[in-house]
Design a protein around this ligand. Structure first.
Ligand code: BES
Ligand code: MN
Ligand code: MN
Length: 462
């Protein structure tokens, strides 16, 4: 299969231009103003799967954005790989912090990407990584190298919680039957340190509202005499962590999986420079739960973070006012065995219980999902490991990530199959942030590595 390299060399410009065209469409699932763009993106994915050699492709309507499903079944007795990805992207704001417009992709060199990187919203998360699979399939079908069956399921609502995909999976168990699920929607440690993601955190996302007096009040006439919802809300939020940065919600840690000392020692072997980490973020110290390292804090430990907080007067100048209401959006990242619905309930009960007299508190749950861990002795993991060895010349390191792809645990429950997370992005690629980018080297390396996974998985499965 030496020819994947020459195929990439010959088709590199086209591979880049096709991705660039895809990145020009603002498929922002969270903002209904972009509805026609999201739908247009689904149509383009459909065409690209047909051109890559799927023998059946369809747009599956849902109550939200459609799922693009494609397959190429060559022999019912051969294994089947199910590829999942998402064609929707995060909103690009704050727009002012982008060096070039988010939906006008440009190629620029960076320190970590000397071959150049494509700057655009979705470049890495997940259009670029999803499209690697389409191009890898194109290579395999056009060179008679596809060793097994393949199904593609590309959704348009990952960034808003995959609610309709969950229903679709439950309703289509048979159609989606597979031997392994393959996803590129995570990252790796560094260009010269390949890694396979073996864990994802779960998520509980809530919104809180604190209401005090029935209207905004003059802060001189009423200040000091009634509860100020913003003062109260910030005090309540501050109380959610203790002096050791432990979360104070009763029962929160009850089901947290505790790793053995041996497992923690194994984790600590992964290359990591605290100095480089601090430097890249321009911070003079890290911060977090006492007793855990930075890599533990952002992967095997649960967290609680305010994602947004508002209320009162935030315009120019000063206005003396006590707001009637204050709000915050809060996310909790969860680890395996913590049930997101249970945690959401624990949060709600606790948050309501700590509200002082004089205010009312409302907690509204948003979406959530369970965490995920995958063993490193499965056929899928071994096939992935061998694929990286082939193209990176190094054995990849298993790594648990702090991010979430909630649908992965549902895949395991409903389809009874394990997911292999072969991510090719870097943490510094700025997903969800201004100036998101994806290295050209990473994009092409992904396309090169994927066919090897197909080959080794099929061989090991026999
Ligand atoms: N691709 C990310 C998740 C990710 C990124 C996992 C890097 C591991 C490493 C995904 O698109 C994402 O952003 N997920 C959301 C959750 C979702 C419910 C909105 C997240 O993690 O915030
Ligand atoms: Mn993603
Ligand atoms: Mn994302």
């Amino acid at each position: 299969m030496q020819t994947i390299q020459s195929y990439i060399k010959e088709n590199k410009d086209r591979f880049l231009n096709e991705l660039i065209d895809l990145l020009k469409i603002p498929s922002i699932s969270a903002d209904s103003a972009y509805k026609s763009d999201v739908l247009k993106t689904a149509d383009i994915i459909k065409i690209s799967l047909e051109e890559a050699g799927c023998n059946h492709v369809e747009i599956c309507e849902t109550d939200g954005y459609p799922i693009v499903y494609g397959e190429k079944i060559i022999d019912k007795n051969l294994p089947t790989i199910l590829v999942y990805g998402h064609y929707d992207v995060q909103p690009p704001d704050p727009l002012g912090l982008w060096n070039s417009p988010p939906f006008e992709p440009v190629i620029q060199k960076t320190e970590l990407h000397p071959e150049g990187a494509i700057f655009a919203r979705g470049a890495c998360d997940d259009k670029g990584q999803m499209y690697m699979h389409v191009k890898a399939l194109e290579y395999m079908t056009s060179n008679n190298e596809l060793p097994c069956n393949v199904k593609f399921m590309i959704e348009g609502e990952e960034e808003v919680g995959s609610v309709n995909l969950a229903k679709y999976v439950v309703a289509n168990r048979k159609k989606l039957q597979n031997d392994v699920i393959l996803i590129s929607d995570t990252g790796m440690i560094a260009q010269d340190v390949p890694s396979i993601t073996t864990g994802l955190r779960g998520l509980s996302y809530v919104e809180v509202e604190v209401t005090g007096p029935n209207r905004d009040l003059h802060s001189g006439l009423y200040g000091g005499a009634v509860a100020n919802p913003i003062n109260v809300l910030t005090k309540m939020i501050a109380s959610l962590h203790d002096e050791n940065n432990h979360i104070t919600i009763p029962g929160f840690y009850d089901n947290v999986e505790n790793l053995s000392e041996a497992e923690r020692a194994e984790m600590a072997k992964a290359p990591f420079s605290l100095d480089a980490y601090k430097k890249s973020l321009e911070i003079n110290a890290v911060y977090g739960e006492k007793g855990y390292s930075t890599n533990e804090r952002n992967s095997i430990r649960p967290t609680l973070d305010v994602n947004g907080i508002w209320g009162g007067y935030t315009g120019e100048g000063a206005k003396t006012v006590i707001a009637s209401k204050a709000y915050a959006k809060i996310s909790m990242r969860l680890v395996p065995n913590q049930d997101w619905e249970e945690i959401t309930q624990l949060f709600k009960t606790h948050f309501e219980s700590i509200a002082p007299k004089g205010v009312t508190v409302r907690v509204t749950p948003h979406h959530g999902g369970q965490g995920y861990v995958t063993p490193i002795d499965s056929i899928g993991y071994k096939a992935a490991s061998k694929a990286y060895e082939q193209t990176f010349g190094k054995t990849p390191i298993p790594q648990r990530s702090g991010g979430s792809i909630p649908i992965v645990s549902l895949f395991e429950k409903e389809l009874q199959s394990k997911t292999i997370l072969m991510g090719f992005g870097l943490d510094s690629d700025a997903i969800h942030s201004p100036n998101e980018h994806f290295g050209i080297w990473n994009y092409l390396k992904g396309i090169e590595t994927i066919p090897w996974f197909y080959k080794y998985f099929t061989e090991l499965k026999k």
